[in-house]
Design a protein around this ligand. Structure first.
Ligand code: AMP
Length: 468
């Protein structure tokens, strides 16, 4: 699959006041979902105006630019570029002017039949300016709106064509919609504000605006968000869900509640399960900040082993995960994390990270702890071994990248230089989340995909057309 992958966050607000500042604030709360570009689009009663640019929210949306636009209904987006370039060109919301007005769209997820559909529509004369599946969705919507003149009918028709993961904030002129793919792979939640309603990738943004959570958008559901309420256009049959388990393990904020399960609590449960599945005789438990923190607290509570902070993270360091080669990534890890010598020196330490992908981070950190005087370093991991690519919007693209594909657990222990290594089991992570395993997407750890992907095993195929 080519094209920019969307490892992103979306928001949409309809309220009785100018929502630009609230959109900006919500985007800052979900900034962890994307740091490469940010944007907002608002409807001023006549047209949709957009401000978007490369960079963090505060840089992409400076005061002097956003005070020039206003509207009581709007959407916003933060983007995490993985392929397809970082710049302003790929920033969202994406907008299009059509015969019936303007469309603005913010997308989190990846369409799995993007290339196929694009080829078909290009064959019929459609023109595409980017490699983005968001443009394809807008294009399809515009065509359908031309045929049906009815936004909801058009959205449903597009949903029955596209496959994969999508959580969308969509504006058609001044009408605001939230849309979640039929499997609910990526999160989307509805919130109530003092004088309006909103949708967002994560509930923490609802709280930050003084609002209350109403409920998650259901898989396959379209909700129209108005100032006074919201209207649901849901599929009549419940389909099998496939919520991405990695949202809880790593991606989402700890204070967010996704599909009824609080991320912090799930991470703590993961630590507890790890303490039962892989106990250790050590002096202290230490997190790899920030994502391993709640995991380590859970391990400490369950095992009774003291919890200590032994790494300080430089918050302003660059992202190591997407750096081009191993040497650069390893160097960047040591710029990012510094051990606290007094915590570590002479101790038997257990560290917990949320996941191992290539093994770069842990290899470097274990060595740094030994250099800082640690007597033993034991490693526990909050996700089962990652063995298969994600086609639904998390940046884990090819099998060669995964250390667990080439090595046994003991070999990985040896490579990262740990005294012991234990991954949580698949059953363990399901128990920690508390949903049924059949309602989770675990494809990156069990290689069974919830939708049909060429050359891969799939456990079920749900298209909207199957749900009648
Ligand atoms: P690695 O160093 O390649 O083993 O990557 C694992 C580390 O990167 C862990 O500390 C995770 O917190 C983080 N991580 C895991 N998956 C991703 C991802 N898709 N994008 C960015 N960081 C990630």
């Amino acid at each position: 699959m080519s094209g920019p992958r969307h490892y992103c966050g979306v928001v949409g607000i309809n309220a009785g006041h100018n929502v630009v500042a609230d959109l900006q604030k919500a985007l800052m709360i979900i900034q962890h979902r994307g740091q490469d570009s940010a944007g907002v689009s608002v409807f001023d009663g006549n047209v949709i105006n957009t401000v978007k640019d490369a960079g963090l929210v505060q840089i992409a949306l400076p005061k002097e630019r956003i005070e020039n636009i206003q509207g009581q209904v709007g959407i916003g987006h933060v983007r995490y570029a993985t392929t397809g370039g970082k710049g302003a060109m790929n920033a969202q919301p994406m907008t299009m002017t059509t015969v019936f007005g303007m469309i603005a769209l913010a997308h989190n997820g990846d369409l799995t039949n993007y290339q196929k559909l694009k080829t078909v529509y290009m064959g019929q004369g459609a023109v595409f300016q980017t490699d983005s599946d968001t443009e394809l969705i807008i294009n399809l919507l515009s065509r359908r709106m031309g045929q049906d003149q009815d936004p909801v009918k058009a959205i449903k028709a597009v949903m029955s064509e596209i496959d994969g993961a999508y959580a969308l904030a969509l504006m058609i002129n001044g009408r605001l919609f939230g849309i979640r793919d039929p499997l609910g792979i990526r999160p989307l939640i509805i919130g109530k504000l003092d004088d309006g309603y909103m949708i967002c990738s994560e509930s923490s943004a609802v709280y930050s605006l003084g609002g209350e959570i109403v409920r998650d958008v259901m898989p396959g559901e379209v909700v129209e968000i108005t100032q006074d309420s919201f209207k649901s256009y849901a599929p009549t049959t419940r389909c099998a869900y496939a919520h991405c388990f990695f949202e809880w393990v790593y991606f989402a904020r700890p204070d967010s509640i996704i599909d009824g399960c609080e991320v912090y609590n799930v991470r703590k449960n993961i630590g507890r399960v790890l303490a039962r599945e892989h106990p250790a005789d050590v002096d202290l438990v230490m997190p790899i900040p920030d994502s391993g923190r709640a995991h380590a607290i859970g391990f400490s509570i369950e095992s009774g082993i003291p919890y200590e902070e032994g790494f300080m993270k430089n918050r302003f360091a660059d992202r190591t995960f997407i750096m081009p080669d191993q040497a650069t990534r390893e160097k960047a890890v040591s710029n990012k994390m510094i051990p606290i010598k007094s915590t570590v020196d002479g101790k038997r330490i257990l560290i917990i990270d949320d996941s191992i992908v290539r093994g770069t981070t842990l290899k470097k950190l274990v060595h740094m702890l030994r250099d800082a005087g640690a007597k033993e370093v034991h490693v526990r991991v909050g996700s089962p071994p990652i063995i298969a690519p994600c086609f639904y919007g998390i940046d884990m693209k090819n099998r060669e990248q995964f250390i667990a594909n080439k090595h046994t657990v003991d070999e990985i222990r040896e490579i990262i230089g740990a005294d012991s290594l234990g991954y949580i089991s698949i059953e363990g992570v399901i128990e920690a989340i508390g949903l049924s395993g059949s309602d989770l997407c675990l494809a990156c750890v069990n290689a069974k995909y919830p939708t049909k992907i060429e050359g891969e095993e799939h456990r079920y195929q749900t298209r909207l057309t199957d749900l009648k």
